[in-house]
Design a protein around this ligand. Structure first.
Ligand code: HEM
Length: 257
């Protein structure tokens, strides 16, 4: 008998290809940010890096050792989660090597747990004060919480719920990339209006100020759109429990919040 190839649906191929390109972009940008921004702190002590004005070294070099410990725990664990996260969305890896998906997933969740607790500590000492505390602090809590929901969903064999929570969670992990993209864009946007002898410290300050919220709020909105478009359980805000449709067997509460 001759096998007949299924007809290619109009619009299906470009969408698939677009999906692959977007995934490749997310994976490459994640690896680049995880490698570069974490790697720069491996070039010396915070004191020596502070003299070279590397990243936030000047802010953290003078902090007490528990804060410095939180800093190092954060950049290594958050860097690892950013580098590992994209691979978990590869359908090929998931179907061909489910054990690898599971092992990498455990390492990812452990690094998010360490990364979010240490980020919460760091948000108390943020270089942008209260704005940093509220912006980065709420990101840290949501980051840990969405990881926990993703873990709980898969423990209850709720695969659609797991996928939805992990899309939300990685959208928050990806805040590390969007933060740096917004930072660059906001610096460039100010250049035409620059005046004075040394405007750059003020430009950097202005560009950094909205980032504690701007780095993750759009990501989580986009993640929710992606979840709806894929037909996965979206967030529902409801005050009337009787209005909820009956949950199919095998599903956990992970399909609603
Ligand atoms: C998604 C949850 C995250 C939260 C809540 C968070 C929070 C923070 C906070 C509060 C700071 C200090 C900022 C300041 O003092 O103004 C910081 C710095 C830093 N974070 Fe995160 N972060 C997260 C994710 C990540 C990820 C995924 C990476 C991976 C590369 C990362 C890498 C860094 C680095 C390298 C710094 C030092 C600043 C720099 O050199 O750019 N963070 N983070």
């Amino acid at each position: 008998m001759t096998a007949v190839a299924p007809p290619v649906q109009i619009g299906q191929l470009p969408r698939k290809r677009r999906g692959r390109w977007s995934w490749a972009w997310v994976a490459l940008s994640s690896l680049a940010v995880a490698g570069y921004f974490t790697g720069q702190y491996a070039q010396g002590t915070l004191d020596s890096l502070a003299h070279q004005h590397v990243g936030l070294a000047e802010d953290y070099a003078s902090r007490a050792w528990p804060v410095q410990l939180a800093f190092y725990l954060h950049i290594t664990s958050a860097g690892l989660s950013l580098a590992l996260g994209p691979w978990q969305f590869s359908r090929r890896l998931r179907s061909r090597h489910p054990l690898v998906h599971r092992a990498v997933g455990r390492i990812y969740l452990a690094s998010v747990a360490i990364g979010s607790v240490s980020a919460l500590v760091m948000s108390l000492f943020s270089s942008v004060g209260l704005l940093g505390f509220f912006g980065f602090g709420s990101l840290a809590v949501l980051w840990g919480w969405t990881a926990w929901r993703g873990y709980r969903a898969i423990s209850g064999r709720d695969i659609p719920g797991h996928q939805a929570w992990m899309i939300r969670n990685f959208a928050l992990t990806y805040a590390a990339v969007t933060l740096r993209s917004w930072f660059g864009a906001l610096i460039l946007a100010q250049i035409p209006f620059v005046h004075g002898t040394d405007p750059f410290p003020a430009i950097l300050r202005e560009a950094y100020a909205p980032l504690p919220f701007l780095c993750w709020l759009p990501n989580i909105v986009i993640a929710e759109f992606m979840i709806r478009r894929r037909g996965l359980p979206a967030l529902r805000i409801t005050t009337r429990p009787e209005a909820r449709p009956a949950r199919p067997a095998g599903r956990t509460t992970a399909d609603s919040a």
